[in-house]
Design a protein around this ligand. Structure first.
Ligand code: UN1
Length: 501
């Protein structure tokens, strides 16, 4: 597509300077609700640009790490406060660039604010433990040290929250960062970086390179000067990152897909469960790794639940998320729209019953954008592809089960393990589910989305590699533990050997 005349040209930020890509190549950011609207033109960076950013980050590292953590925290707190001041403006940019409806965009910025304050507030918290030594006149303790330069690669679906989960703790720990945001949401990422600059972050501590995953992202994960990679995105890319980092023994943390179930028991508050399913499945047009994409419903309430769900889905308003009466915005781009639609074909072929939706939306409110009708498949078997594969769009599948055991078994029958939920009024079922659901996050009487930053976020099985973002574990992926022994006895003391204590 031709570049619109008015589109602003943006740059990478390397060592505090605005720089073009070495190749001079660019790409555009467009509004998924109005594809003819170009939000900006960004450098399409390659290996050399990434190398320049890593070099800048390495130069900035010694003085940043030697700054006391409380001083680093002051800058991060200022960044959080600036995010708070600009919340509305940032949310509007996000809705235009990513498509999520305004209340959700505000929530995304709020999550970044929360994370910033939480991490900044931790600047004076313990970084280790002191334990007894087995010998006299000897201390044993740990501290956490930064890794060095870390590469942060983030998705488009939470353009400010997810980068914040990673950037704030990486910086508090004393690391310097090369940030490669998703190619669909570069403007939101740049706005975030500008806020850190304004908050007083020294040049080179946070560098941003725009570009495609297979070019800039690939160069970043392969760069020997990068000590760790933190990534959120697809399982396919996560596995690739694991292979590349594994081969060079680089640390990496990956937060990947989900196929998150809501179990609806026969004793559930049904309208609460329907509300939860609607919000969990169609919020952010289903484009959350936490989206409630499987509804596992007890046979006794199945028909009533499905009837109520369908009625509500038909009432959902699609359109531009800047219109505050709109409930479901566009999906991110044409490729995703086609992928989502292809799953409707797969579901039909597999013999699932299409209850509602199943089409690319074609109304005046959706013209010129990438909108998909909220789609419900019923009578879905756990073995079907639509029950197993992450669609990442407004498509939900409904499974019928005979009781609690079968529901939990169906819920756990997934290669993913991010988030799961149960709606029930029976405390025994609630606690049994909390124990039995094999996911990193469990909800009771709430949908599978909506994690708060003060608890760790992440999943089991192919959702990740055991790391967690946020919460009390936020610093772990960005630090190394150092164990320190101090012997002030003035003589040789031999651990495990000198027993004359
Ligand atoms: C994601 O979809 O990748 O729990 C993150 C939630 C949000 C974060 C989602 N707080 O739904």
């Amino acid at each position: 597509m031709p570049v619109a005349q008015s589109a602003q040209l943006f740059h990478n930020v390397i060592a505090g300077k605005r720089v073009e890509s070495r190749s001079g190549n660019t790409f555009e950011s467009r509004n998924p609700a109005h594809w003819d609207q170009v939000l900006g033109v960004f450098p399409r960076s390659g290996k050399e640009d990434v190398a320049a950013a890593v070099a800048a980050a390495q130069v900035a590292f010694p003085s940043w790490r030697s700054l006391p953590a409380p001083s680093r925290g002051e800058i991060l707190l200022k960044a959080a406060m600036l995010l708070e001041q600009r919340k509305e403006e940032l949310a509007r940019t996000m809705t235009q660039e990513m498509g999520k409806v305004l209340i959700e965009a505000r929530g995304d910025v709020q999550e970044a604010i929360d994370m910033g304050k939480y991490i900044a507030g931790g600047a004076r918290r313990p970084t280790g433990e002191t334990v007894p030594s087995e010998l006299r006149n000897k201390w044993a303790m740990t501290t956490r040290v930064p890794i060095g330069t870390v590469g942060i690669i983030t998705p488009w679906n939470f353009p400010m929250a997810i980068p914040s989960w990673k950037i704030f703790p990486a910086l508090l720990a004393g690391n310097t960062v090369v940030f490669k945001p998703a190619e669909d949401t570069p403007l939101c990422a740049l706005r975030l970086v500008e806020i850190f600059e304004e908050a007083g972050l020294p040049a080179g501590v946070l560098n941003i390179v725009f570009g495609l995953g297979e070019e800039a992202g690939e160069a970043l994960i392969r760069h020997p000067g990068v000590g760790a990679i933190a990534f959120t995105g697809s399982s396919e890319v996560g596995a690739h990152i694991g292979e590349v980092c594994g081969a060079s023994l680089k640390r990496y943390s990956v937060e990947l897909g989900g196929k998150n179930p809501i179990i609806v028991m026969d004793d559930a508050d049904l309208s609460l469960a329907v509300d939860g399913a609607l919000w969990g499945a169609f919020g952010t047009s289903g484009q959350r790794c936490t989206a409630s994409s499987r509804l596992i419903v007890h046979d006794k309430v199945y028909d009533r639940f499905l009837g109520e769900l369908k009625e509500h889905v038909l009432g959902l308003r699609l359109g531009d998320g800047l219109d505050e009466s709109v409930e479901v915005g566009p999906v991110i781009n044409e490729k995703q729209l086609e992928r989502i639609h292809s799953y409707t074909g797969i579901g039909r072929e597999e013999g699932a019953k299409l209850v509602t939706g199943g089409n690319i939306a074609k109304t005046p409110a959706t013209a010129g954008g990438f909108f998909y009708e909220p789609t419900v498949f019923a009578e879905v078997a756990p073995t079907m592809r639509i029950a197993k594969e992450e669609i990442f769009g407004p498509t939900v599948v409904v499974l019928r089960v005979a009781g609690f055991e079968e529901a939990v078994a169906a819920a756990n029958e997934s290669s993913y393990g991010l988030s799961a939920s149960i709606y029930t009024s029976n405390v025994n079922y609630a606690f049994a589910a909390m124990e039995a659901l094999n996911t990193g996050i469990v909800y009771v009487n709430a949908p599978t989305i909506g994690a708060e930053i003060q608890l760790p976020f992440g999943g089991v099985k192919s959702t990740g590699n055991g790391h967690r973002d946020a919460g009390t574990l936020a610093m772990e992926q960005f630090t190394e533990v150092k164990s320190i022994y101090v012997d002030f006895s003035g003589r040789l003391q031999r651990a495990q050997i000198d027993t004359d204590r």
